[in-house]
Design a protein around this ligand. Structure first.
Ligand code: FAD
Length: 279
C-alpha cells in the first residue's frame, strides 16, 4: 500500500504551535503511516519535542526522534521512558549533529549500540537515517553503507534517507545498500524548497548535490513569470512521480511545519501510484 510520512520540528512560539496544528490537520487527509518530531541536538527543546509528539499522537501514529551526542545516558533513558509512557512505540534513533560545545564522551560508541540499548529498554520499532550521497563525516561510502547495515543488524527496521534532489543518486545508493546486505525498507526523504538560498546552505552542509537544472530553474524565478513556490512545486511533483514510477511506495516528507508543498508532493505521489496500478 502506498503511503507517506511527515516530519515536523517542535515549534517555539504560541503562533508557531497554532500553525503546526493547522499543518497537521491539513496533512491528515493523506492518512500518514506515521508523523515524526525532531529532537534538538544535545536534548535542546526536549520538552517541546515531547509536547509536540503528544499533540500529534492524537491525530495518528507518531514517532519520536532521539539523539545521543551531547546527552547523558540517564537523560536519554528518561526521554525514551517518557515517550513509551505517552504511548509512542516508534523512534527514529540518531547520533545527532556535533555542535561546537558537544562533549566528546558520547554515551554510545556508535548508533548501532544506541539502538541495542533503546530496544532493551522497551520494544520500540526503530527507524534510522541513511545518506544517498554519503554522510560528510563518513570514512568512505562503503563505510557509510556498512554503518547502515550495522544499524539494521542492531534492530532497525526502517531507514529514512537524507534529502536529495537527484533521484539517480538515491537509486544507486539503494542498489549498493542492497548489495551490502541491507534488506530493510529505505524510504526516500523529500525536502520541499520554500527558500532556495537556505536549502543551498543545508545541502552544502550535508553533502547533497543540487543539480544544475534546479539552480537554473530558481535563477529564473520571477523572471519567467513563475514564483519560487511554483517552481518548487513542479520540481517536487516531478521528483515524487519519478520515485513512484521506479516502484517506491513510501516517501517521507520533511514538512518544515508547512503544508503547501507537502500537499503537492503527497497528492502527486498518490496520483502517480494510481496510474502505476492501472498501467
Ligand atoms: P550514524 O549512523 O552514527 O552515522 C552516519 C555516518 O556518519 C556514518 O558513516 C558515521 O561513521 C559518520 N559519522 C557521523 N558523525 C560522525 C562523527 N562524529 N565521527 C565519525 N563519523 C561520524 N539530527 C538531530 O539533531 N535531530 C533530529 O531529530 C534529526 N533527525 C534526522 C532525521 C533524518 C531522517 C536524517 C537523515 C537526519 C536527522 N538528523 C537529526 C541529522 C543526524 O543527526 C546527522 O546526520 C548525524 O550527523 C548523523 O546521524 P546518524 O544517526 O545517521 O549517524
Amino acid at each position: 500500500m502506498p503511503n507517506v510520512s511527515f516530519e515536523y520540528f517542535p515549534p517555539r512560539t504560541e503562533a508557531a504551535r497554532g500553525a503546526l496544528k493547522k499543518t497537521v490537520e491539513v496533512l491528515s487527509q493523506f492518512q500518514p503511516v506515521f508523523q515524526s518530531v525532531t529532537y534538538g541536538a544535545g536534548g535542546s527543546n526536549r520538552d517541546g519535542s515531547l509536547e509536540t509528539i503528544k499533540a500529534i499522537r492524537e491525530k495518528g501514529d507518531a514517532a519520536g526522534h532521539l539523539t545521543y551526542t551531547g546527552s547523558s545516558l540517564e537523560e536519554i533513558e528518561a526521554f525514551a521512558n517518557e515517550l513509551w509512557v505517552a504511548g509512542i512505540r516508534s523512534l527514529v534513533a540518531l547520533r545527532g549533529d556535533d555542535r561546537e560545545n558537544t562533549p566528546d564522551d558520547a554515551p554510545f560508541e556508535n548508533t548501532a549500540a544506541f539502538i541495542k540499548r533503546l530496544v532493551s529498554i522497551h520494544p520500540f520499532e526503530i527507524a534510522v537515517a541513511c545518506y544517498p550521497e554519503t554522510h560528510p563525516k563518513a570514512a568512505s561510502r562503503a563505510d557509510d553503507i556498512a554503518n547502515l547495515r550495522a544499524k539494521q543488524d542492531a534492530g532497525a527496521t526502517l531507514a529514512i534517507s537524507q534529502f536529495f534532489f537527484d533521484n539517480s543518486e538515491f537509486y544507486a545508493f539503494v542498489e549498493e545498500a542492497r548489495d551490502a546486505g541491507v534488506t530493510i525498507p529505505i524510504v526516500p526523504g523529500i525536502l520541499p524548497i520554500y527558500n532556495f538560498k537556505r536549502v543551498c546552505k543545508m545541502a552544502q552542509a550535508c553533502g547533497a548535490e543540487i543539480p544544475d537544472e534546479v539552480h537554473r530553474a530558481f535563477a529564473e524565478a520571477n523572471v519567467c513569470g513563475s514564483s519560487e513556490l511554483e517552481i518548487a512545486s513542479e520540481l517536487l511533483k516531478g521528483q515524487v512521480h519519478d520515485l513512484a514510477c521506479a516502484g517506491y511506495e513510501s516517501i517521507h516528507i520533511y514538512t518544515l511545519n508547512r503544508a503547501e508543498l507537502a500537499v503537492d508532493a503527497a497528492q502527486a505521489f498518490f496520483e502517480a501510484q494510481k496510474w502505476r496500478a492501472v498501467a
